[in-house]
Ligand binder design. Structure first.
Ligand SMILES: [Zn+2]
Length: 207
């Protein structure tokens, strides 16, 4: 008799425990917008890109929250008088201007395109930027104009359509001696605009 009662009590306890675990798990999942050391994915790419743009070097935007990203987050938090815990929670997210958790569809790359992390610089039509080809049209013979992008043809086919965050749409239509590998050179109308762009690591969509 006592044994049966104990048995039922034990079974009930386990059931309650399992039910509680489900509830807790559900809550934890709902709150998992935080990004921290060890996190991976497109949201980390977004955070790294924004940190880099703001001058907090988080390493290449590779989507892996590692030591560089951690240090960048802590420095950003200190500078913005946030709790410097290295975790991108609601307040840090807001201060960075990050959108809430990116919807899953936003991470899906449309058919035929790919995304590459590229180091980008700017150039213009002046002799300084084009020595010794100052004033020449682009490699493909198109007039130099905003949207013309110099690429390494071994990495990106000439004529590819590009989307460069912060710059806009581009066309792979030019080449440069220094543009090798994961490098892009973006055309600007003026030398000052090219200088203002500086060096940015961005995730470029290529069609
Ligand atoms: Zn120039």
């Amino acid at each position: 008799m006592t044994n049966i009662k104990t048995g039922i009590a034990t079974t009930l306890s386990i059931l309650v425990l399992v039910a509680m675990m489900f509830v807790l798990n559900g809550e934890a999942m709902a709150a998992t917008n935080n990004l921290y050391w060890g996190c991976k994915g497109p949201e980390v790419v977004q955070a790294q890109t924004v940190l880099n743009q703001k001058g907090y070097w988080a390493g290449n935007a590779d989507g892996i929250f590692g030591p560089k990203t951690y240090q960048a987050v802590v420095k950003f938090q200190r500078d913005n008088k946030l709790q410097a815990d290295g975790i991108i929670g609601p307040q840090t997210r807001k201060a960075l201007g990050l959108t809430k958790a990116a919807p899953a569809t936003a991470t899906a790359v449309s058919r035929g395109s790919r995304v590459m992390t590229m180091i980008t610089t700017g150039y213009c039509g002046c002799d300084k930027c084009n020595w010794p080809y100052g004033g020449q049209p682009s490699y493909m013979g198109l007039p130099l104009a905003p949207g013309i992008v110099a690429v390494d043809p071994n990495v990106i086919s000439m004529g590819s359509h590009l989307y460069i965050p912060g710059y806009g749409s581009g066309l792979a239509a030019d080449q440069g001696n220094a543009i090798k590998g994961n490098r892009l050179d973006l055309f600007f109308n003026t030398h000052q605009e090219a200088l203002n762009w500086g060096i940015k690591t961005v995730n470029v969509t290529i069609w």
